[in-house]
Write a protein that binds this ligand. Structure first.
Ligand SMILES: Cc1cc2nc3c(=O)[nH]c(=O)nc-3n(C[C@H](O)[C@H](O)[C@H](O)COP(=O)(O)OP(=O)(O)OC[C@H]3O[C@@H](n4cnc5c(N)ncnc54)[C@H](O)[C@@H]3O)c2cc1C
Length: 468
């Protein structure tokens, strides 16, 4: 979600846990395939679709009982779609998933541009908002400038020192809220290389619903974790509790935290170069605390986004009245979000109510009817929010994506500019599928050209720009 001058200055916004179980659940897991794809998140689904389009036999293995990975819509808890993971399709103009939505009968609409800042119990005055936005622009420029230096320092080291009362809010918006990591843990080069992620789209039925629908008809085995990959430069086999699959190439889309956790064994071991790269691209922490309110006690518009002038990192980002309902979410992230989520859902709900009371009064907090909180760090197949490079580690993305004989690593962490996004994951899956298809001789070297989007551009991420 971008914080833009236009968004903050607009007076108002314009304009679920039933997992998508086993829609395409296969009968028995096959014993052989041209290519095995591990993980049915956005990257794995994109890869499997590409392989099917090339008329090659693919098996898509998913450890959990659910399609979509970090895209997961809960349709039942609140009676309105609640995206537990990703909710916005960023880069609206070029987002491949946005373009596919209509083909599966789902609607995508422009996401909110209404954004406000609270200073205690009141809205920020226009002059205060201007001051915050000007500081945000300066902070982005400073990160950009620092990224052109020789050393890949931390974003915190590059931050202007004179942001005054807006220091914590700026750090939250650029760091924890945008990437799941505090600025001290973020590489300036990684942050500066991230493409502008403005102008998001939302799917009315939930982004998880959309991503799962794009897996319809794929040869998918749910609840079938890859437990071991036996590989050499010539062949490869994937072991699962349902049996061993002989194949010619494997596309691995699990998160960096899963890769380094040792949950999947490799014979022989993965090279240290790749494992080190994955460790440098570890996942930050990002969670949604969802609150169903009685009516609209916050007095906010549909899909309005609120941050506060915070005095510490103990803060959140509010998305109010989602899709015109009374459902609100408070996002907690970074080191504070990690500590809070470790304490469990009751502690998360208590923080959310206390925060609402601080900014909107105790009557608003008393209007909370029910709550649910995600805890992505605890989800075994994911273990965190999204990958963000540690200072000095931007080069790790390229290394992680390097093919290893018949093994191809994909997933959001391998995208050099769209990391941490669903469209980045999708593109990485398509790219890995094409590389794997080339390896098995199913695609000629000349086709297809890498898309324009995959070439790095030096633009800012989820942030205000002077043109806005
Ligand atoms: C709270 C939150 C909010 C976010 N908001 C946004 C947003 O608004 N917009 C945006 O663009 N991005 C957002 N993101 C990031 C986005 O969700 C991810 O970048 C993207 O979904 C990652 O897709 P992936 O396919 O790379 O990985 P994943 O979605 O993690 O998929 C990997 C899959 O592999 C499976 N798996 C793990 N181990 C095994 C095994 N041994 N065998 C088989 N399968 C296995 C997992 O269960 C999982 O399904 C958000 C993330 C979070 C957590």
């Amino acid at each position: 979600m971008s914080f833009t001058r236009r968004g903050f200055l607009s007076a108002s916004a314009v304009l679920a846990a039933t997992p998508i179980f086993g829609r395409a659940a296969a009968a028995a897991t096959p014993r052989e395939a041209d290519i095995v794809v591990i993980g049915a998140g956005a990257a794995g689904i994109a890869a499997a679709r590409r392989i099917v389009a090339a008329n090659r036999k693919v098996v898509l293995l998913e450890a959990s009982g659910q399609i979509g990975g970090r895209c997961s819509t809960d349709l039942t808890t609140f009676g309105v779609p609640f995206d537990r993971g990703a909710r916005w399709l960023l880069n609206a103009d070029s987002n491949p998933i946005g373009k596919l939505a209509r083909s599966v009968g789902l609607d995508v609409v422009a996401a909110p541009v209404g954004q406000k800042i609270r200073v205690g119990r009141r809205n920020a005055r226009p002059g205060e908002t201007e001051q915050f936005l000007a500081g945000l622009v300066r902070a982005n420029r400073a990160i950009d400038e620092a990224s052109r230096g020789k050393l890949d320092t931390s974003c915190a080291a590059a931050l202007p020192k004179d942001l005054g009362d807006w220091t914590n809010t700026t750090a939250f918006v650029l760091g924890a809220s945008a990437t799941g990591k505090d600025l001290a843990d973020l590489s300036v080069m990684d942050k500066a290389r991230a493409q502008d992620r403005g102008a998001p789209l939302a799917c009315r039925q939930g982004l998880g619903t959309l991503v799962a629908k794009l897996a319809d008809g794929l040869p998918l085995s749910l609840s079938t974790p890859a437990s071991r990959i036996v590989w050499s430069n010539r062949d490869v086999a994937v072991e699962t509790p349902a049996g061993r699959i002989a194949t010619r190439a494997v596309i691995l889309t699990v998160s960096t935290n899963v890769l380094t956790s040792g949950a999947i064994k490799f014979t022989p071991e993965l090279p240290k170069r790749q494992l080190d790269a994955a460790a440098k691209l570890s996942l930050g922490s990002t969670d949604h605390i969802a609150l169903m309110l009685a009516g609209n006690p916050l007095g906010l518009s549909r899909d309005e986004v609120i941050v506060e002038q915070s005095t510490s990192n103990r803060t959140g980002l509010l998305l109010a009245n989602i899709g015109g309902s009374s459902l609100c979410t408070i996002d907690v992230a970074g080191s504070f979000g990690r500590e809070l989520s470790a304490q469990g859902e009751p502690a998360m709900a208590a923080f959310a109510k206390e925060w609402i009371a601080k900014l909107f009064g105790s009557e608003a907090a008393a209007a909370v009817k029910s709550s649910v909180a995600t805890r992505w760090n605890q989800v075994p197949g994911v273990l965190g929010g999204m990958s963000a490079a540690a200072p000095g580690s931007q080069g790790a993305r390229k290394i992680l994506g390097e093919p290893l004989g018949p093994l191809f690593v994909a997933g959001e962490a391998t995208h050099e500019t769209l990391w941490g996004t669903v469209d980045g994951a999708w593109e990485s899956g398509e790219r890995a599928a094409e590389a794997a298809l080339r390896r098995i001789g199913a695609l000629k070297d000349a086709e297809p050209e890498p898309s324009e989007r995959q070439r790095p551009r030096r633009r800012k991420v989820r942030s205000a720009s002077p043109e806005d």
